[in-house]
Design a protein around this ligand. Structure first.
Ligand code: HEM
Length: 271
């Protein structure tokens, strides 16, 4: 064996396996129908769950860093999350052209299962400020997911931390915003809009202007994920009701209309 070749000999499992846990990961694909097209639907869902996990990690890092006034650390985490959101969104590709006949081949076997019951997606939405105590209800039967969601519900969102930073940098943000009940959905405020307007009208290379743009990149890519999901759903099932019991496309359209970090968008009209 030449010296340049990789090692072949290991006691027990390989160091790669010990780190990546590939054996666990590649044996979690338990399809529920005989349809050969189900595998890619299941794996795409699992791949997206992994990206949700990474992005939640980045946004939690960013929120903590903003709280501690380490804006550079927050921006680095947000920038990483932008690349990760692009990879997440690219993973729609294998499902983007699903026809109703193809989806019907395994849809019945999914029962009431729906991405709506994704605990990691819910944590991601909570970090954006889309808080709702009722979204904990589906997770009552899974104590770990429920506990993580309950903790996230009562923590300030990434956007709450950005708005608090604006206040610490001298922008007049009302107490009602700074001390809002963070377990409730974030509501847009004229003072926050005025603060972002000021930030955008000022030094384009300033720390806050760059932070605003990084948050806008995040918002835009979340909006794209929601829209790609909506279009894939419309192609795969038209106006049928969802497996999770919602009105389907009509319900998703309402969700996709919600603006992420609302004042970062409305402020642009006044700059
Ligand atoms: C093309 C195949 C898909 C179809 C037809 C579809 C359909 C739907 C529908 C109709 C809903 C509304 C809730 C319901 O009644 O079920 C929903 C929600 C959801 N789906 Fe999908 N979905 C698809 C693929 C995926 C994939 C691959 C993921 C990745 C995990 C996913 C994640 C979600 C999430 C997170 C929600 C909740 C959205 C929210 O709370 O605003 N979906 N889906």
């Amino acid at each position: 064996m030449s010296q340049e070749a990789p090692n072949l000999d290991f006691e027990g499992s390989t160091p790669y396996e010990d780190y990546v846990r590939a054996d666990v990961l590649t044996h979690l694909q338990h399809t529920v129908s005989d349809d050969p097209g189900e595998m890619v639907f299941l794996v795409t869902s699992q791949v997206m769950e992994l990206w949700f996990t990474v992005i939640v990690h980045e946004w939690e890092t960013a929120a903590r860093a903003l709280r501690e006034d380490r804006v550079g650390v927050a921006k680095d985490a947000l920038k990483r999350s932008v690349r990760e959101l692009e990879a997440l969104n690219a993973s729609w590709k294998p499902l983007a052209g699903l026809t109703p006949a193809q989806f019907n081949s395994y849809r019945g076997a999914l029962g009431e299962g729906s991405g709506f019951q994704s605990a990691m997606y819910r944590r991601l939405e909570f970090l954006l400020g889309e808080k709702s105590a009722s979204m904990l209800v589906p997770h009552r039967g899974t104590p770990r997911a429920h506990a993580e969601l309950e903790k996230a519900l009562h923590e300030p969102s990434l956007y709450d931390e950005a708005v608090r930073l604006l206040a610490r940098r001298g922008y007049p943000i009302p107490e009602t915003v700074l001390h809002r009940d963070v377990s409730r959905p974030y509501e847009p405020s004229p003072e926050v809009e005025a603060a972002w307007t000021d930030v955008y009208a000022g030094d384009q290379d300033g720390e806050l202007a760059r932070l605003g743009e990084a948050l806008s990149d995040v918002a835009e890519l979340v909006w794209r994920w929601r829209n790609d999901h909506l279009v894939a759903t419309r192609r795969a099932m038209g106006a049928k009701t969802g497996t999770g019991g919602s009105a389907g496309v009509a319900w998703l359209e309402k969700r996709a209309r919600k603006n992420v970090f609302p004042e970062l968008w409305t402020a642009r009209s006044y700059v």
